[in-house]
Design a protein around this ligand. Structure first.
Ligand code: DX5
Ligand code: ZN
Length: 214
């Protein structure tokens, strides 16, 4: 299981300290949430913060764009240190072009689906993807409750991936803890994002190790 703690839940007054803690942990990736106040009803942070995270971490940066018109910023995200760049299906009119551009820039390409968006919209694009991010909350905030219907979506996505013999990571984001994480692992998820569950625990590094062992 790939574990990608969400830095959205870290202490932004001590971002370097928290990033270094994640770096020394068993986390595989760092999940970085970019919100623009348009696609989602919240604003997180932009390029300077992403660059600071890049400088203080050797981990793979798993960047989740919750922004309208991502196309105009793809190069800037590459320059700021993104390794995986995930755009929302709901924000991309010409998704094929967007994914091709992300790959051309040398990043791994992901597509995120909101909770109401069915797996079937991925049928044509799946062979091009490195990752699908299933939202198990409505995007915009950390600390929300897991939407149980996501379990079934993971199973459907796994069927689609297997049927096309594609090699795509199934990542789930929102309300992940040991209980929901276990259900997701059993359903076929290979990567879990966790924000509040990690940072609000008494020992974040141990919590990451517990998720890793799922
Ligand atoms: C939600 C973000 C998530 C968030 C998850 O819009 O995409 O990555 O940080 O936080 P938790 O794990 O607290 O639900
Ligand atoms: Zn996210």
């Amino acid at each position: 299981m790939i574990i990608s703690p969400s830095v959205l839940s870290c202490d932004f007054g001590n971002i370097e300290r928290d990033t270094k803690m994640l770096d020394a942990s068993q986390a595989d990736w760092l999940h970085v949430d970019i919100m623009d106040g348009v696609f989602v009803p919240n604003i997180s942070f932009g390029f300077p913060v992403l660059e600071a995270i890049r400088k203080s971490s050797a981990k793979i940066l798993d960047v989740h764009l919750m922004i309208a018109n991502p196309d105009q910023y793809l190069e800037a995200f590459k320059k700021s240190g993104a390794d995986y760049l995930t755009v929302h299906y709901e924000a991309c009119t010409h998704l094929n072009r967007t994914i091709a551009k992300i790959k051309e820039l040398g990043m791994k390409a992901g597509v995120a689906l909101n909770p109401h968006t069915p797996i079937s919209v991925l049928e044509e694009i799946i062979p091009m993807l490195d990752l699908v991010l299933l939202m198990s909350v409505n995007p915009g905030f950390g600390g929300q409750s897991f939407i149980p219907a996501t379990i079934n979506k993971v199973k459907k996505l796994k069927e689609l991936i297997d049927s096309t013999q594609s090699n795509v990571i199934i990542e789930v984001d929102g309300g992940v803890n040991l209980l929901t994480g276990k259900q997701l692992a059993d359903a076929g998820a290979n990567a879990l994002v966790a924000g509040n569950f990690v940072f609000n625990s008494a020992n974040p590094a141990q919590t990451i190790a517990d998720l890793k062992a799922l």
